[in-house]
Design a protein around this ligand. Structure first.
Ligand SMILES: Cc1ncc(COP(=O)(O)O)c(C=O)c1O
Ligand SMILES: Nc1ccccc1C(=O)C[C@H](N)C(=O)O
Length: 680
């Protein structure tokens, strides 16, 4: 076997009936399976296994491949089950994924003991990966398969509250008990929750609302009551400490002037000169990076451009950019304008489109096959970690790996993912990523953003001597495109990835010497341009300090629970006491559908609700008059996001009550008769 370690055959643990039927055999390394956490998992026997091994050996030389798992993708359930088994055993997997045209590849292989034809299947087209190679044939004749490393990122998770009867689930008592058992409930007090009155009036500070609701009835009973704020996916709430931190910043500026840049103050924050370093550690934890791989700077769209200036380097053969069809407009414009900047036509922008307008879900198969289809001419893939509209959490690890196998650089817009779902940007080998700090990060409207550059792209090497032939190519970038193109022993400039530069990206020790020699700080900091707004940095620091009170894992645990609760409550529409299944048995269906993936592993905190047509305006007005804050995406979608840092189960309970009442009133008024539409 290519991994070249002693092995012993073992049978799978739980759930191996299906494996046995499919001819699965699981092998573990004998040299301490627990310690090494490696597994070799092959399907079928004889020819199939030999073929798979041969493909892997030729293509990857066995290097870094610890396991092979042939997954029958046409039956997703089974693929999930297999991966989950492996995860529960704490096992790292590499996956060679193959699809069969008819979904029967594994069984055929097991029964007939013959090598299958590997087909990568998509809803639209199938592309052959080709038949098994005869020995000795060069591997370049194979199209690369999708390969996953590391543990499965997207297991199929259960619907947590499915079995609880509606009477119990929909009671106030249930929400209260959930809040009592919520280990993070005290974090809510770290935030300023606007009152209903605050939201309604036009002045600063609290005041009673004079607003009337759409049906001219009594509005919210008590203006001093906390609003139901489920809009952290757009603008997060203000941490209480933000005001204190900003006051300190103002005091420092008022009392120290320019010395505030340099002076260590008692009980103060980091001198402004070092404020970028002070926020690295906590940021790195949130996105799963090394501190040197992240920097807080500029804003999201600006950062995407800066990163593309470095990572999108089109050539005659490879010049396309692939984005998703429903990309956030700013990303779309950014990608298009990058093409124009390089004198390339708009047709070089390839979009991964949802299968149908009413179903925004992008399956891995669809994403990977679109990328594969354009691989030969693609330079860059730019995708969202979480899709802003549907709330779908993309499989960053899988897609990144797929792109890398095809020689494509891939960047991620993490606007809706950062602070929302656990990320492992370093381990997932992500090339670059950018995000904003005003959504789940709670840094304040339009506050400074952040970016990630993988360690391998941020290296800065000392000037090479001319005879050092390796040094003329750094991280795949030709020295001819870098500012330091003429490398000689007298040239003081180091080698680094080309970029658009500014003085704040240059080494702190020489930054103020004004010598006009750019010496990039290794890592992401070397991508900085200007001195950052200390006011913005202070706000981000306050929000990061709230995150420091917990961990992304703890937040995710709560998020999974509270979002599942929201989903389950929305699915129980019936006025009567039936449970969720009763809806299928003739009880009226709700006048809305949920377009966010039902698998909790494939979403963050947001549930997008597609209302029947023409209901949105009425529903929104009705719920806003009662102190609910969610956001709308015309024509028919409401996005509802319980942020685990500050939202309670009580919030969700109150929201669903008001929202469903609004829907009933809308139906009574005669709206909501047609199916809803999502953005065209
Ligand atoms: C996915 C996504 N990308 C880009 C942006 C634009 O961000 P900014 O205005 O901070 O550049 C946003 C939000 O506004 C967003 O949600
Ligand atoms: N920054 C804003 C300013 C005003 C209104 C909305 C935003 C948003 O951020 C929208 C968000 N990106 C979205 O997913 O819709």
């Amino acid at each position: 076997m290519s991994i070249g370690v002693p092995e012993e055959s073992v049978r799978a643990g739980s759930g191996d009936g299906e494996r046995r039927r499919a001819g699965f055999e699981v092998r573990r390394r004998a040299d301490g399976a627990r310690k090494s956490r490696y597994i070799d998992c092959c399907c079928g026997d004889g020819a199939v296994v030999r073929y798979a091994r041969e493909v892997v050996r030729r293509r990857f030389g066995g290097v870094g491949l610890d396991a092979i798992l042939l997954v029958r993708r046409a039956r997703r359930q089974e693929a999930h089950m297999l991966d989950e088994d492996a995860i529960s055993g704490g096992i790292a997997l590499c996956t060679l994924q193959c699809w069969s045209g008819n979904g029967l590849m594994m069984q055929d292989a097991a029964r007939h003991r013959r090598p299958p034809t590997f087909i990568q299947q998509t809803p639209k087209r199938a592309c052959h990966l080709g038949p098994p190679l005869p020995p000795g044939q060069p591997s370049s004749s194979l199209s690369p398969p999708a390969v996953r490393t590391g543990s499965r990122a997207m297991p199929k998770l259960e619907r947590l509250f499915q079995r609880i009867g509606s009477e119990e689930l929909c009671s106030e008592e249930f929400a209260r008990k959930e809040d009592e058992r919520d280990a993070l409930r005290d974090l809510r007090s770290e935030f300023v929750i606007p009152t209903k009155g605050d939201l309604g009036n036009k002045r600063y500070g609290p005041a009673r609302t004079n607003r009337t609701d759409v049906s001219n009835e009594q509005t919210a009973s008590d203006d001093s009551e906390e609003s139901i704020y489920l809009c952290g996916n757009s603008l997060g709430l203000q941490p209480r400490r933000t005001r204190d931190y900003i006051n300190k910043y103002l005091d420092t500026w008022a009392s120290k002037g320019v010395f505030g840049h340099f002076k260590e103050l008692e009980d103060g924050h980091a001198p402004w000169l070092h404020i970028d370093d002070a926020v690295k550690g906590p940021t790195a934890k949130i996105v799963g990076a090394l501190p040197s791989e992240v920097v807080i700077m500029e804003t999201l769209t600006a950062n995407l451009h800066l990163l593309m200036a470095s990572f999108y380097r089109p050539t005659k053969d490879r010049y396309k950019i692939i984005i998703e069809g429903k990309a956030f407009p700013s990303d779309h414009y950014a990608a298009l304008s990058q093409l124009a900047h390089h004198d390339l036509p708009p047709s070089a922008l390839i979009t991964i489109d949802p299968p149908s307008p009413s179903s925004p879900y992008l399956s891995n198969e669809h994403i990977l096959s679109t990328i594969s289809q354009h691989a030969a001419s693609t330079a860059l893939v730019l995708l969202p970690g979480i899709q802003f509209y549907s709330g779908q959490f993309l499989d960053i690890e899988l897609i990144t790996h797929h792109c890398h196998l095809l020689g494509i650089t891939v960047g991620w817009d993490l606007a809706h993912a950062v602070g929302n779902v656990p990320l492992k940007l370093h381990d997932w080998n992500v090339d670059f990523a950018a995000w904003c700090n005003y959504k789940y990060m709670n840094g304040g409207p339009g506050v400074i953003g952040g970016l990630f550059v993988h360690e391998r792209h941020g290296k800065v090497r000392p000037t090479a001597l001319p005879q050092d032939s390796e040094a003329v190519h750094i991280n795949g970038a030709s020295s001819g495109t870098s500012s330091n193109s003429t490398s000689t022993s007298t040239n003081p400039e180091p080698h680094y990835r080309p970029r658009l530069s500014g003085w704040w990206g240059s080494d702190k020790r020489s930054r103020f010497r004004m010598e006009n020699v750019f010496v990039p700080i290794p890592g992401a900091s070397g991508f900085q341009l200007s001195n950052p707004s200390a006011l913005d940095m202070t706000a981000v620091q306050a929000s990061l300090d709230v995150f420091e009170l917990t961990s992304m894992d703890a937040l995710r645990a709560k998020s999974l629970r509270i979002t599942a609760y929201l989903e389950e409550r929305l699915l129980r529409w019936s006025d009567t006491d039936g449970d969720a299944d009763a809806n299928a048995g003739g009880v009226p269906k709700p006048p809305y559908t949920l377009i966010t993936p039902p698998n909790p592993a494939e979403r963050g905190a947001q549930i997008s609700v597609l209302l029947h047509h023409d209901m949105l305006d009425f529903v929104l007005e009705f719920i806003e008059a009662r102190g609910v804050v969610v956001d709308e995406r015309k024509p028919d979608v409401l996005r509802v996001a319980p942020a685990p840092l500050y939202n309670s189960f009580g919030d969700v309970h109150r929201f669903v009550g008001i929202f469903q009442e609004a829907c009933r009133r809308a139906l009574e008024k005669g709206t909501g008769k047609g199916e809803g539409r999502i953005e065209e």
